[in-house]
Design a protein around this ligand. Structure first.
Ligand code: FES
Ligand code: FES
Length: 194
């Protein structure tokens, strides 16, 4: 029988305390203990990005993060993206038809939010590079990229770009050592054209 650990964290702006086993992943706890099933499990080994959440503003694959690593940190899941109505990214995904089965969509949206927090006016190359760690088997990616760039334009136009404090934390490197998908730039890393 393994020892359980009490973890105090903040999820989507709300203080949260949960009990987990040291071996449990953040993905497992979010979905199975806390009922936050918007975060999806695809591969379970860090390759698909479906499980992406923000940890102190940085996109991480939650299947590669131990739940105990969330101690004292701030997590944003897909459930935390919409505030008053849909997030501009969510609206753009709908309008551009940037989803089909939807399995990859929460991960794309969370990762794209981190992109726009760090780079409010990404180029297409930047967006493609940033989202390279998120896999989609349905859309062919073009609609997703168009939706992300459209959302960026709208956020610039309505002044909501860069509002999130998460961006500042990401840019300041307020991050731990959570594992990353090898192809996903970290939020604080310069995104260069390929
Ligand atoms: S489930 Fe595929 S990267 Fe986590
Ligand atoms: S919409 Fe089906 S995997 Fe992306």
């Amino acid at each position: 029988m393994s020892t359980k650990v009490i973890v105090e964290t903040t999820i989507n702006g709300v203080p949260e305390t949960f009990v987990c086993e040291p071996r449990q992943t953040l993905l497992e706890v979010l979905r199975e203990e806390l009922g936050l099933t918007g975060t999806k499990e695809g591969c379970g080994n860090g390759n698909c990005g479906a499980c992406c959440v923000l940890l102190d503003g940085r996109p991480v694959n939650s299947c590669l993060v131990l739940a105990v690593e969330a101690q004292g940190r701030e997590i944003v899941t897909i459930e935390g993206l919409a505030a008053d109505g849909l997030h501009p990214l969510q609206q753009a995904f709908l309008e551009h038809g940037a989803l089909q089965c939807g399995a990859c969509t929460p991960g794309f949206l969370v990762s794209a939010k981190a992109l726009l927090d760090a780079h409010p006016r990404p180029t297409e190359q930047q967006a493609r590079r940033w989202l390279a760690g998120n896999l989609c088997r349905c859309t062919g990616y073009d609609k997703i990229i168009r939706a992300v760039l459209d959302a960026a334009e709208r956020m610039q136009a309505d002044g909501s770009a860069g509002e999130a404090a998460l961006a500042d934390k990401a840019e300041a490197g307020a991050t731990g050592n959570a594992p990353q998908s090898s192809s996903r730039p970290t939020a604080g890393e310069e995104v260069r054209p390929a």
